[in-house]
Design a protein around this ligand. Structure first.
Ligand SMILES: [Zn+2]
Length: 75
């Protein structure tokens, strides 16, 4: 038994799960501040920042990449 290794393994797998967790973002302004109107009906959700209903779903790493690209374009 090597408990130390085991806990590292657990930490790594939970971290991976976090990265794979989908995030809903606004395709218009890339905001993650999405207002959920009805949990059953995702079509009703809208961006709390700009009011757009054009939303996308991705993982946090992809979103971060897109967000950085957006910031770089603005500069
Ligand atoms: Zn927006």
């Amino acid at each position: 038994m090597r408990p130390r290794e085991k806990s590292t393994e657990l930490y790594a797998s939970s971290r991976e799960e976090f990265n794979n967790e989908p995030v809903v973002f606004c395709k218009h302004c890339l905001s993650l501040a999405i207002r959920v109107i009805d949990r059953e009906d995702e079509d009703l959700d809208y961006c709390d920042h700009c009011g757009s209903t054009d939303l996308g779903k991705t993982d946090i790493e992809t979103w971060e990449f897109m967000y950085k690209q957006r910031i770089l374009k603005k500069l």
